[in-house]
Design a protein. Structure first.
Lengths: 310, 598
């Protein structure tokens, strides 16, 4: 087990190295740079000054080598967009905000989604099932920015019971968490329902029933555990998306999170921030997949991750 | 017994719920209860006129001092590095900036120049050396005087190759030795800017530049001492920030908001009424809701979507709060790569000019957001002569077809397929491009695709040598109020391939012409006629952005100007504008926000 995890971590390090090279090459392949010529062409000398200031006058391999050398020493550079802090400082300031919001979202979306799914599956083909299915289709198809605007119009403009945005109070979580959470909640509900219905017909469930267990015991002890497997597969990828922040919801609700930097870094050709944000995403995804794989082992005894021991 | 217990707990639940709700409501309103008695003390009671910390008496209908708070948004989707123009122009906060020192000159609502930090200025016989006399009263709020050295240090910082300012082109060829200093060929000390004594600043120009004072609206200085002690970003932190302007920085919460308060140590003449400014970051789609929820006093029109504008115009209350104005005198125009066929042929460009139905576009697409443009300079801009060019290329499809046939493309046969490229434009200009493209296709038989490119990718392609943009819709808004600024865009060697020696000569000559101003204007107008005649561009519309602001924002600056525009317009609320001297919050504010925003 430990060996397996160590092996995976080594793999992640290799992935990050490859990702860093790819991102570095790609971002320098985009036309333009951290200068602005919207109004008039910059005089050649002025442009050269800007390139020199950011170290962009050096050959690419040298820029990459310098970046990696500094990064290995913990220095990921200075964001062009925020020269008073470091890339790591900026991420340390904004990521916790996005992370907290993502966690709050997951904390209500997952249990509620599972509850709705169980309800729908145990009352298959009743009005409860139909309502839950209908609502979860809506949740999946309406984009979060539409939900965000609706919520804002209702709660802030019409009823005036919440401010349109801001950060720092518990009530600032309400609208963004709902906007972000409806889709994962709907997804959870649908997959819970489908996989529960599937295992409902499995032999071991019939056996459990035949032994005279109550339907609640069958549901929670036998069906649910197996139904969780596909759910883990589906939900794993939802998590990195939620905890690394989303540009739209953060921007409309005035949340000082990391989300917008994924976009502004590219628009501004803020190379250190592009590297910083994308490496962070690569790292989070790798770790989430590792955890997902470990969870399979916990939930499903048939899964053995460490091949040699099996 | 049992039931009364139940009843009690139910009542308790209700009480808890009400308390929670009340707490929530209070928290939302953001109003600490302690604020109320303060309001009664200073505001009401008719105890005589209210005077602010700078000794300025508030008008009779003004709200109490603590309600003189302006909440003004910036686009939260953007990031910015500075609130100082000499640090960066394009990475500057797009809310309220340049409030921490006084520019040499100021502009009023009629775009007339007034003394700012400079009480007077003059130019010598040669027309090359300008002397600005500084107001000797000006002080930084650390107790040191504002001197000509601060202005020299600031302009030197602008030219410093190591700083690599993003706006260096602005003074290129204007301030003496500017471009050589930027290129690192001359030391900073050789820049044509010097302090003759503590209160006398001399600026030398390469050629006579009668527009120099107008250009120097962008001269809010940094403090030389702070530049040396804390570096150029000293205004990023209230601890190191220092102000000689009407406001001081009290808070900068990254990605959330900036807060300024009136500077009680201000010694200048741009004395405001507004006590506190909260510059709040708001996402584009949050603008209108936040405005309707009374969380912001002002909503910048350029961040409102076409759908928002429709909502505003169909709601009588909002419509009354919507104030169209010329903005930065922005003109949208089509341009061509006329260094190569087919656009090197004047007849082809003329055909394209005749094919543009401006009125149709205004009626169906642009609506309230623009007026037809027959030339580059918008009515109201110095030297604008729009009406005179109206009939040079009126909408006439027959004429267009005829010219196209003469050029060898009857019914568009043999005409290469075109891509009409846009520079990351919002929905409305894109619709204008689509409409024109379909006219070209349906009426002239020319195949046109519209492609809206990412901003920097476009700019890179446009400025490539040779240019990669063959046909495009783009806009330009002025930087300062002189025809030399706008018309300079089409001078050879700029961003367009169109080149006309006669035009170049006229614009260059007029720019540095120091004689009769009327004669100078005439030269610019002659030049602009060449630009239209020779189809340097096909001018489509002048943008008239509207801003939304609350009816409790009042003052002389918001009443009709010489052009009949009653709006909070350029140069807005800044260190080079007189607007802040007039604008205040009337007591009507309590109908919208009973307590001041925190």
């Amino acid at each position: 087990m430990i060996r397996y995890i160590l092996g995976r971590l080594l793999g992640i390090a290799l992935v990050l190295l490859v990702v860093s090279i790819v991102i570095f090459l790609l971002m320098h392949a985009i036309p333009g740079g951290p200068f602005d010529e919207a109004k008039m062409p910059l005089p050649a000398a002025a442009k050269a000054n800007i390139l020199r200031k950011y170290g962009l006058d050096k050959p690419l391999y040298e820029q990459y080598a310098r970046y990696m050398w500094a990064a290995l020493h913990g220095d990921f550079g200075t964001p062009f967009q925020s020269p008073t802090e470091s890339v790591t400082g900026l991420i340390a300031r904004t990521w916790p905000v996005s992370f907290k919001l993502g966690m709050v979202t997951l904390a209500f979306a997952l249990p509620l989604g599972m509850f709705a799914g169980v309800l729908a599956a145990t009352r298959q083909n009743t009005w409860i099932d139909y309502t839950a299915t209908f609502l979860s289709s809506l949740g999946l198809t309406i984009p979060n920015f539409v939900i965000a605007v609706w919520l804002m119009l209702l709660f802030a403009v019409h009823w005036k019971i919440l401010p349109t945005g801001g950060w720092g109070h518990w009530y600032n979580y309400i609208m963004p968490a709902i906007s972000l959470g409806l889709a994962p909640m709907a997804l959870t509900a649908r997959y819970t329902r489908t996989s529960l219905l599937e295992v409902k017909r499995a032999d071991y469930v019939r056996t459990a029933r035949a032994k005279g267990l109550s339907s609640n015991q069958v549901l929670w002890r036998h069906s649910m555990k197996n139904a969780l497997i596909p759910l883990i597969t589906i939900l794993g990828p939802q998590i990195p998306n939620l905890i690394t922040g989303t540009i739209f919801v953060e921007s409309i609700f005035r949340i000082p999170g990391l989300g917008k930097f994924f976009v502004t870094s590219i628009f501004r050709r803020d190379y250190p921030m592009i590297m910083g944000t994308l490496l962070l995403v690569a790292l989070v995804w790798s770790i989430v997949y590792l955890i997902t794989d470990l969870l399979y082992m916990v939930v499903d005894p048939r899964v053995r991750l460490d091949k040699k021991s099996s | 017994m049992h039931s009364s217990k139940l009843a009690l707990s139910k009542r308790m639940l209700a009480v808890i719920a009400i308390l929670l709700l009340a707490g929530l409501l209070q928290a939302c309103a953001g109003a600490p209860a302690a604020e109320a008695p303060a309001a009664a003390e200073t505001g009401g009671e008719a105890a005589g006129p209210v005077v602010n910390a700078l000794g300025k008496e508030l008008p009779a209908d003004a709200a109490p001092l603590e309600q003189q708070v302006l909440v003004y948004p910036y686009a939260a989707g953007n990031t910015f590095t500075t609130i100082d123009i000499y640090e960066a122009v394009y990475q500057r906060a797009d809310g309220l900036t340049d409030l921490l020192s006084d520019a040499l000159v100021r502009v009023d609502k009629n775009f007339d120049l007034h003394p700012g930090a400079a009480t007077e200025w003059s130019v010598d016989e040669s027309g090359l050396a300008w002397t600005f006399k500084l107001d000797p009263n000006l002080m930084w709020n650390d107790g040191t005087p504002v001197t000509a050295d601060d202005y020299v240090a600031t302009l030197q910082y602008g030219a410093d190759p190591e700083h690599a300012w993003d706006f260096t082109w602005y003074f290129n060829g204007v301030i003496k030795n500017w471009s050589q200093v930027v290129a690192g060929e001359m030391p900073l000390e050789d820049l044509g800017v010097r302090a003759e004594d503590a209160n006398t600043l001399v600026v030398e120009t390469e050629t006579p530049a009668p527009y120099l004072p107008a250009m120097l609206i962008y001269s809010t200085p940094l403090q030389k001492k702070a530049l040396g002690e804390y570096g150029p970003l000293y205004n990023s932190n209230p601890e190191t920030s220092v102000s000689s302007g009407p406001y001081k920085l009290v808070e900068w919460s990254r990605d959330q908001r900036l807060v300024y308060e009136i500077n009680p140590d201000y010694k200048g003449t741009n004395v405001p009424y507004i006590e506190k400014i909260i510059s709040l970051g708001i996402g584009n789609d949050g603008y209108l809701p936040a405005y309707e929820a009374n969380e912001i006093d002002f909503a910048l029109g350029r961040y409102l979507s076409p759908a928002d504008i429709q909502i505003i115009l169909s709601d009588p209350e909002l419509k009354a709060q919507y104030h169209p104005h010329p903005g930065d005198f922005r003109t949208y125009y089509f341009f061509f790569d006329d260094s190569k066929p087919p656009f090197d042929d004047l007849r082809v460009r003329q055909a394209f000019a005749y094919a543009l139905d401006r009125q149709g576009l205004i009626d169906n697409v642009i609506k309230e957001q623009g007026i037809p443009a027959y030339s580059f300079l918008m009515p109201g801009f110095p030297a604008s002569n729009s009406e005179a060019y109206k009939d040079i290329y009126p909408y006439n499809l027959d004429k267009a077809r005829e010219l196209l046939a003469e050029a060898g493309y009857p019914n568009g046969e043999g005409f290469p397929k075109l891509t009409l490229t846009l520079r990351n434009e919002p929905a409305m200009p894109e619709a204008v491009a689509q409409a024109y493209a379909s006219t070209l296709k349906d009426e002239l038989g020319i195949e046109v695709d519209v492609s809206n490119m990412e901003f920097k990718t476009y700019v890179d392609a446009m400025l490539a040598d040779p240019t990669e943009i063959q046909f495009s819709l783009i806009s330009y808004g002025m930087d300062f109020l002189d025809p030399s600024n706008m018309l300079g865009v089409f001078v050879s060697g700029g961003r367009h391939t169109w080149s006309n020696p006669e035009y170049d000569e006229l614009v260059t000559k007029a720019s540095s012409f120091v004689g009769d101003p009327a004669e100078r204007i005439k030269m610019f107008q002659d030049a602009e006629k060449i630009l239209v005649d020779d189809v340097g561009g096909v001018f489509v519309y002048h943008q008239t952005p509207g801003d939304l602001y609350k009816p409790y924002l009042v003052g002389e600056a918001l009443t009709p100007d010489n052009n009949g525009v009653a709006a909070w317009h350029w140069p807005g609320f800044s260190g080079f504008s007189t607007l802040m001297q007039d604008v205040y919050i009337s007591n009507e504010v309590t109908d919208y926000r009973p307590t001041p925003p925190q």
